[in-house]
Design a protein. Structure first.
Length: 314
């Protein structure tokens, strides 16, 4: 990519955005026997506005806009300690994301359900959690990295959507020797997300029909990391897999990314209590995959990158 023109200096927005927010919450924890309940409720009152000025003129008013949101957010969590090592957890919570200052954009609201189990015995730890999020309105936020041809800061109504999935986590120390550790981490996430209606904003989400997939939501993600830790030296090797995703709800030709497997390596050596030297290689195999296609065509992943340095602790 090359820059065609610098444009007019100081002409990238010429606007003032502000927000005022009020929030309070009440939470309690109730224990009886092996059961623990954690009910709570939160209130949010947010007002946002934007004032734009004419280009090249100081404080010469151009236009303005504002948006407000008020919402109550109840929730409750529950846990049951079946044994000293095994517990069951669950919860129902109302989630919220504030809209932008774009008039007519509603706040993102979802009811989130989760149910799972945890196991902890020495260095072995395992967790399995299933979740469902029912969105009354899915909010699309335009950012510098959101991958859409839109104005940064704008937001878009996505209407109803459902996201469900499963998360698994396993950590352990494979070493039987007190002189060193072999930490292992294995994490997996399975997600299914789709629109429930056919009336989302096409400027951000594309042409949407009920049942279409949510953009940029990988169905499978897997990470495996293995390390070696001694008294002064540590080294870690990790592999991260991410499924291909649709970049638009329509998921047509040239609207899908590649699946990606990235291997990283990092190491460090503690010279003294004050000095640590470290090095890291990202994308060790220098694989090249398409990770995005918006707003202006295919975008690759990060190429092989080496970084090294010193840390000083005083």
């Amino acid at each position: 990519l090359g820059l065609d023109s610098l444009g007019t200096e100081g002409n990238a927005g010429n606007q003032v955005q502000s927000a005022e927010a009020l929030a309070f919450y009440i939470r309690d924890e109730i224990s009886f026997g092996d059961w623990t309940l954690s009910p709570g409720i939160r209130f949010e009152d947010i007002g946002q506005d934007r004032v734009r000025y004419k280009n090249g003129a100081a404080r010469d008013f151009r236009d303005g806009r504002q948006n407000t949101a008020q919402v109550w957010l109840p929730g409750i969590g529950v846990s049951y300690q079946a044994t000293p090592a095994f517990s069951v957890i669950g919860g129902v919570h109302k989630g919220f994301t504030a809209p932008s200052n774009s008039p007519g954009v509603e706040e993102e609201v979802a009811i989130n359900y989760e149910l799972g189990a945890r196991f902890q015995d020495g260095s072995l730890s395992a967790e399995l959690i299933a979740f469902v999020s029912n969105y009354d309105n899915l909010l699309g936020q335009c950012t510098a990295s959101s991958g859409s041809d839109c104005v940064i800061g704008d937001a878009f109504n996505g209407d109803a959507a459902t996201v469900s999935g499963l998360e698994a986590l396993l950590t352990a120390d494979l070493s039987q020797n007190a002189a060193y550790r072999l930490p292992l981490t294995l994490s997996y996430t399975r997600i299914d997300g789709e629109f429930d209606t056919s009336i989302a904003d096409t400027d951000f989400f594309g042409t949407v029909e009920a049942g279409d997939p949510l953009p940029y939501l990988p169905e499978n993600q897997l990470r495996i990391a293995l390390g070696l830790e001694t008294g002064q030296w540590t080294g870690y090797l990790s592999a991260n897999y991410v499924d291909d995703v649709c970049v638009r709800a329509s998921c047509g030709a040239f609207e899908r990314t590649d699946d990606s497997l990235t291997i990283d390596f990092s190491t460090s050596y503690q010279f003294s209590p004050m000095v640590n030297v470290f090095a890291r290689v990202e994308n060790l195999t220098d694989t090249h995959d398409i990770m995005g296609r918006q707003p202006y065509g295919a975008r690759p992943n990060k190429e092989r990158t080496l970084s090294a340095g010193l840390r000083f602790n005083f």
